[in-house]
Design a protein around this ligand. Structure first.
Ligand code: COA
Length: 159
């Protein structure tokens, strides 16, 4: 039984993240998608909302669960019994930051390896900030995020 942890801020989850989760399901028996409580970011959605959006989006994947964590990602990986940390690589610009994080995480926990997966090319330019920005300007985001997120963004910005 090989378990992997997929950490991120997911504010909100996009089809790019879902694409990574689907690919991870081909490699691991179980995936725990974990929503980080990141003090350096001011999220638009609460942790509970972000968990709900992911859970709804992966409801057809019984091997995927969703939780949250505060603290070190490697500690949470150990707590859930994960042997791998999944990260998405979209472009060369992601590489340096991800490489640094992966090596630091390996220094902290030598038995846990980071696995990088590339999403479909059509999602390489996607990130959560762009989605929040588009939605705040009343742009249609249905091609980029699950329906539950699309509705929540509409509600948030169409007050
Ligand atoms: N599709 C679309 N967007 C993607 C994506 C994909 N496949 N992969 C990443 N992104 C985007 C995210 O939407 C996010 O966009 P935003 O910054 O515009 O909101 C951006 O890339 C950053 O990704 P995210 O996964 O949220 O990473 P992060 O930089 O917020 O880091 C943790 C999250 C949890 C991995 C990191 O903060 C962490 O490890 N924290 C715990 C503390 C710790 O252990 N520190 C030691 C590590 S060295």
């Amino acid at each position: 039984m090989r378990k992997a942890l997929y950490p991120g801020t997911f504010d909100p989850v996009t089809y790019g993240h879902i694409d990574i989760i689907q690919r991870a399901c081909d490699l691991f028996d179980e995936i725990v998608v974990t929503v980080a409580i990141n003090p350096t970011k001011s999220p638009l959605f609460t942790v509970q909302e972000r968990i709900e959006f992911i859970a709804e989006s992966v409801k057809d994947y019984p091997q995927v669960s969703v939780d949250t964590f505060d603290g070190l990602v490697v500690d949470h990986a150990k707590n859930v019994g994960a042997v791998g940390i999944i990260r998405g690589l979209r472009a060369v610009s992601d590489f340096e930051y991800e490489f640094q994080m992966a090596l630091m995480n390996r220094k902290l926990a030598k038995d846990i390896n980071t696995v990088f997966l590339m999403p479909h090319e059509k999602y390489t330019y996607l990130n959560s900030s762009i989605i929040r920005n588009l939605a705040s300007l009343n742009s249609d985001v249905r091609d980029f995020v699950p329906e539950i997120v699309q509705k929540a963004l509409k509600k948030k910005f169409n007050k």
